[in-house]
Design a protein around this ligand. Structure first.
Ligand SMILES: [Zn+2]
Length: 274
């Protein structure tokens, strides 16, 4: 009797001890331990932006090797802040930023015409004012227009909504002084530094915020061969390719274009954004 009672008491004691030890272990390792890896900060830069880039005429984008993966033909996939970054069809789109420029833009236009392909030109307002004849040629030859702000202000998105609106409207007004009924279906924020304000105002003014999914960083002066390889290697069905026909010496971009155009045209087709 005594032995059985002692054994029962011992069992109760052991059970209590085991339970306490178990709670203690859980207490020492809560699922929400402070040592857990932090969640990504909601204020972290969106893909395609790089706050370290100085306020010069430079797109701020990740290395071409970091272009986010997506399945081919996955139309409708968005860029930062729900911007457009793929065409939505198999054909890829070429976009040329920071012009029009009297040296580079005509060379690009000549190549596009020779290859019978259309592109989209993201125009800077001050350049539009200096070179109206090039804007007229871009439209006459069937390319699409994109507003790229008045003077390529990388920080425009942080300004007041009134300032953003005035900037975008001023650029559109300058384009329409040349082509009164010009369609300007897109806006591209310099450096891809999108903010909620700038995407909202862009849409309110009837312009889809236009990002990209292939950036060969041609502004960083790689060789023509490197620009071509980066574009051709990273392009997928539906890619929107970012290139520059202004903002600096574009010798290498112009030299890369024939190879880019030939490769993308044969593999996917090249279509202007509508
Ligand atoms: Zn630009």
């Amino acid at each position: 009797m005594f032995g059985r009672a002692a054994a029962a008491a011992l069992l109760v004691l052991l059970t209590l001890l085991t339970g306490c030890a178990s709670d203690g272990q859980r207490g020492a390792q809560p699922p929400t331990a402070p040592g857990s890896p932090p969640e990504p900060s909601p204020t972290a830069p969106a893909p395609g932006t790089d706050p370290a880039v100085p306020p010069t005429n430079r797109p701020t984008t990740p290395s071409p090797t970091k272009t986010p993966k997506r399945s081919p033909g996955s139309g409708g996939k968005s860029g930062p802040l729900n911007t457009k970054r793929v065409t939505g069809v198999k054909a890829v789109a070429l976009t040329f930023d920071d012009g029009p420029h009297p040296v580079w833009t005509p060379k690009v236009l000549d190549q596009l015409r020779a290859a019978k392909v259309k592109a989209t030109f993201c125009l800077v307002g001050t350049q539009v004012r200096r070179h109206p004849e090039l804007v007229a040629r871009i439209v006459r030859e069937g390319h699409s227009l994109c507003n790229h702000s008045w003077q390529h202000d990388l920080e425009l998105g942080k300004k007041s909504e009134a300032e953003i609106r005035a900037n975008l409207e001023r650029t559109n007004r300058e384009i329409r002084r040349i082509i009164p009924d010009a369609k300007i279906p897109y806006y591209r924020q310099p450096g891809g530094k999108w903010t909620a304000s700038v995407t909202k105002i862009s849409r309110e003014l009837g312009m889809t915020p236009l990002h990209w999914d292939v950036d060969p960083r041609d502004w960083d002066k790689p060789s023509a061969g490197t620009i071509r390889t980066r574009v051709v290697d990273h392009a997928r069905a539906g890619s929107i390719v970012l290139l520059h026909d202004g903002g600096g010496d574009r010798t290498n971009t112009v030299a890369a274009c024939p190879g880019i155009i030939a490769a993308l045209k044969s593999k996917y087709g090249i279509a202007r954004l509508k």
